[in-house]
Ligand binder design. Sequence first.
Ligand code: ADP
Ligand code: ADP
Length: 228
Amino acid sequence: MIQMKNVYKKYPNGIVALNGLNVEIEQGEFVYIVGPSGAGKSTFIKMMYREERPSSGQMLVDGIDIATLKNKKVPLLRRQMGVVFQDFKLLPRLNVYENVAFALEVIEESPAKIRERVLNVLDMVGLKHKARMFPDELSGGEQQRISLARSIVNKPKVVIADEPTGNLDPETSWEIMNLLEQINASGTTILMATHNREIVNAMRHRVIAIEGGLIVRDVAGGDYGYEG
Ligand code: ADP
Ligand code: ADP
């Protein structure tokens, strides 16, 4: 599903964020990306949805070549994936229902089908009753649940999460993790960059550690492996 061969990324300021990354991730895997700040985790994640482009190397996501993909084809790529951020990135002027429906870029679907799909995912994250509320009326945990609902409304093959629990208290973080587990159990690949040692050590999945733009550890069911 995801293949990287010698992926190298140098930013215009000369910083080498990824220094020849090689990795393969199969459909349905749950993968944690760990490592110190500045290691290259966000760059790795941003490559997936073509927020950044590799400077050299080969990278395939679901058969799509990220390096050579034309800009006008990027929306097509992003329809195959859901993205979740630490700071939620909900649209403040849209209510919960509209935030989720907005992501549903299914032009052929009837309004009735879209409505069914949106209410379905809101129900899954337990927030159907808050469909008319606005993001600033919700707690952080609730906003992240909405952002998860938004990420899966298109039925993507992969959900990419960059520090999804970074702004949440421990209890709320576990709720988010349980939802990610559910999403993974239905066959969706999950790629999650995190600093949350407790979660990584408790919910065991493949751990890929990045340091200095290189994979230094790749273990199935591994532990977090860093202090603090
Ligand atoms: P992490 O997510 O592990 O903290 P990043 O991928 O954000 O690591 O950063 C890797 C390196 O690339 C760091 O040295 C960072 O300062 C640098 N970097 C990240 N984004 C940019 C950018 N847009 N322009 C220049 N340098 C960047
Ligand atoms: P959590 O502990 O999950 O972060 P909070 O204690 O922040 O939750 O919020 C508890 C409840 O109060 C939630 O159901 C949330 O919808 C509601 N709430 C929080 N902030 C606001 C707000 N600014 N306006 C309206 N309701 C709010």
